[in-house]
Design a protein. Sequence first.
Length: 295
Amino acid sequence: MAYIYRETVIAQDLPIFFNLNNHITPTTVNLEAIDFLADANGDKSVQAGMFVIKESATSTRGRLLPRTRLATASSTGAATATLGATWQTFKPNDVLFVTAPYTTITIGGTYLATEIVKVTIDGIVNNVVTGSTTNSIIATTVAAAISADALIGERVRAVTLGAVIYVFGKNAYDLYSVTTAARNAADNGGSASGTSTAAAAVLSFNTTAVGTVLTVVNGVLTLAANASVALPIGAPVGIRYAQLLGLYGHSIDFKNTPVRPVAPVIQATGVYESNLPYVDDSIKRQLSRLNIRIK
C-alpha cells in the first residue's frame, strides 16, 4: 500500500503526504462508481487527496465525501447553483445542508462613508469604516475585514450576498458569539440612520436542508425544488454522514473498475493542505493525526 501511494504522488506531481512514515490505515472499504458522477467526457476519475466516509451506520461501502463550496449563489427563487471542484462526489437524491454553523449580519438604512460598522465575534471587536454609502459595498468591506482580522479570521470566514454578510464558523464545534452595531465616525454614538443587524447572537447550524439533488451536470446542480436556503458564493455545502474514515491519497479511475477497495489513512507525518481538492477545519480536527497543514 505504501508503494502505491508513493507511485501516485510522483506521477501526479502533487504530493499529498509529506512522506508515509508512521502512516496508519486501519480499515479497507469499497468505493463504487455509482456514487460518483461522470464529467463532460463521460469519465469517472478521482484526483488524489479525497476524504472517505460511511454515509450511514449500516452502509456496506464507503463513499467519497460530498462536500464543497458554492461557486455561484443559491436563491430561494431558483433550483440551480454551481458546485465547486469536488462536484462529482454528489449524486441524485443527496440532501444538501450548510455544513458550517453561521449567522448573518444585514447592513441597512443609510450610512455616511465615514461611519463605522462595529462587529464583535467571540469578544473580539473590529471597527470597520464603511468607506461608502452603498450598503452592498459596505457589506463587502465589512466581510473582508472580518476574514482578514488576525484573531477573528482564525475563528470565522465571512462572505456576502448583496447587503447581507454571512459569517461562517471555521469548524463545527465552536459556536462563537456575534454582535454588531452601527456607529458614528467618532464611535461615541450610533449612526444617524445606518443599521447593522445580526440574525442571531451565536453561530448555529441551519437544520433546514438547502434541498434534494435532482441532477448535477458538469458542476451545475439542479435541486428537486427551489432552494430552501439562500446562500452566497463560497458557502460550504454537503451531506450528513455517519463516519469520516480517513484520507485516500491515490487517484482512481472508475472507467474499468466499478468497485475499488481503498484503505483511507488516519495518521501520517503530514499532509499538504494546499494539494487537497477540499478540506475544512472540521475535517482537520476530526482527523488531527493526519497533521494537515500548509507547507
